[in-house]
Design a protein. Structure first.
Length: 445
């Protein structure tokens, strides 16, 4: 019975790997969040500021490759392979729960989402939270059939907790009561213990770096702009096909007919609610904070919800055999269009940033060095390997770096910051003959 679905799932995972390799540029430089996570484990790279909401789970995924190299292409390929393996492992418990066509459809629809393809090679936690959630819910549903399911249940909950501790609460809101309702006491205990153990690094760091758990929780909310009722649903709807980040999300509603898939997904999932209530409820629960409590949008936030909702949605879609090929083709076209749009915006910007960092290095910004400014981009810090000194309000750049040895540079648009007017000026980028980005390098003493 299992001989058929497991190899089919393996083919889907392999297809996902090929899709990433074909569509995502391997030389794409790390962006802000990726640089923060990767810097924590990359030897010789100063740690970027690790803000309160972040958790270190994804840093451990990238750690093995950066011990060897920090080349973006190597990091991308490493994460691509891990992402394909993660897809296979996440859906593996579902080989005992779903008919092969539904299994392939659920995993395949998730693997071909533009946001799944785009973030597969990236050092970001949301895709891995999705994998943990799918693994946990599938394992919960088969704990009476397989002792190994407890390992999957524990790995899923511990993994989500290590990646994003707030998300594990929403996953547990559904999985915990379900286990108790079915009198699966060992499963309920596994959920509780695994979530607690997975949260330990974040909790310990709360006391060592933020004062206390409550202080870190409050600080995390402040970084997110305050956790309060917000029209996140509308923002996520507008950004469902890109951009990759929308804060403030004041973009116009562009081509709403291409967003039908976003509305159709929960509707299709609801049709199969009686057959698959747990993944449906878990998906809705994990979407809830981003739809109703966060005042901006990032499509990657909904990856766990997408992954879980694809299971009941695929069960529904598999029934519509005559028009299915047309609907599937339309879905894939929309995802490709959305992917192309996001890639067209994001990739050139990242390469542009990397290009002028290389110009800074050519101008003499080499280790030991310090980047100084009001808000230094962690990606610049990662690429240069420089330390960072943040300029406080009312302080000049010169005052901020007083007594700091080595090369000191500041990056700004057009105008040198206060205190750096007399430093050596280097044009990094220009438009129409006019400088748009400059680096000011303190003269050597």
């Amino acid at each position: 019975m299992l001989a058929r679905p497991v190899p089919l799932l393996g083919l889907v995972a392999l297809g996902y790997l090929v899709l990433q390799a074909l569509l995502v540029p391997a030389d794409m430089t790390l962006e802000w969040d990726e640089a923060v996570y990767t810097s924590q484990v990359a030897p010789g790279v100063p740690d970027a500021v690790f803000s309160a909401p972040r958790a270190r789970g994804v840093t451990w995924l990238v750690a093995p490759i950066v011990q060897v190299t920090t080349d973006p292409a190597a990091i991308r390929w490493w994460m691509m392979v891990l992402a394909a393996a993660g897809l296979f492992l996440a859906f593996l418990p579902w080989t005992k729960l779903l008919r092969p066509p539904v299994l392939v459809l659920a995993a395949g629809l998730f693997a071909t989402l533009w946001v799944t393809v785009w973030y597969g090679p990236q050092v970001m936690p949301n895709l891995w939270v999705a994998y943990g959630a799918v693994l946990a819910i599938g394992s919960l549903l088969i704990v009476r059939e397989s002792a190994w399911a407890y390992a999957g249940l524990a790995a899923g909950f511990a993994g989500v907790a290590m990646l994003r501790p707030s998300d594990v609460l929403w996953l547990g809101v559904v999985a915990g009561p379900a286990a108790l309702l079915w009198r699966r006491w060992a499963a309920a205990a596994t959920i509780l213990v695994a979530a607690a153990l997975g949260s330990v690094p974040w909790v310990v760091e709360a006391y060592t770096s933020f004062g206390s758990l409550l202080q870190r929780w409050a600080a995390a909310g402040e970084v997110q702009g305050g956790i309060a009722p917000a029209p996140g649903f509308w923002y996520e709807f507008k950004a469902a096909n890109g951009p990759a980040f929308c804060r403030p999300c004041d973009i116009p509603l562009d081509r709403p007919y291409l967003l039908i898939w976003w509305l159709a997904l929960p509707v299709l999932a609801l049709v199969s609610a009686r057959r698959h209530p747990v993944p449906l409820l878990a998906g809705l629960a994990m979407a809830a904070p981003y739809l109703f409590l966060v005042d901006y949008a990032a499509p990657r936030f909904l990856l766990p919800a997408y992954a879980l909702l694809m299971i009941p949605a695929a069960a529904t879609a598999a029934r519509f055999r005559p028009p299915f090929a047309v609907l599937l083709a339309a879905y894939l076209v929309v995802q490709f269009v959305a992917f192309t749009g996001v890639k067209g915006q994001d990739y050139p910007l990242r390469q542009f940033q990397a290009a002028f960092v290389r110009k800074m290095i050519d101008a003499g910004v080499t280790r030991p060095c310090t980047l100084v400014g009001v808000s230094v981009n962690p990606a610049h810090q990662f690429l240069t390997g420089c330390d960072v000194r943040i300029v406080k309000r009312g302080e000049s750049v010169a005052e901020a770096v007083e007594g700091i040895p080595g090369v000191v540079a500041t990056l700004s648009q057009k105008t040198p910051p206060t205190g750096a007017e007399g430093w050596d000026r280097h044009v990094l980028a220009s438009s129409g003959g006019n400088p748009t980005w400059i680096a000011m390098i303190r003269p050597t003493r």
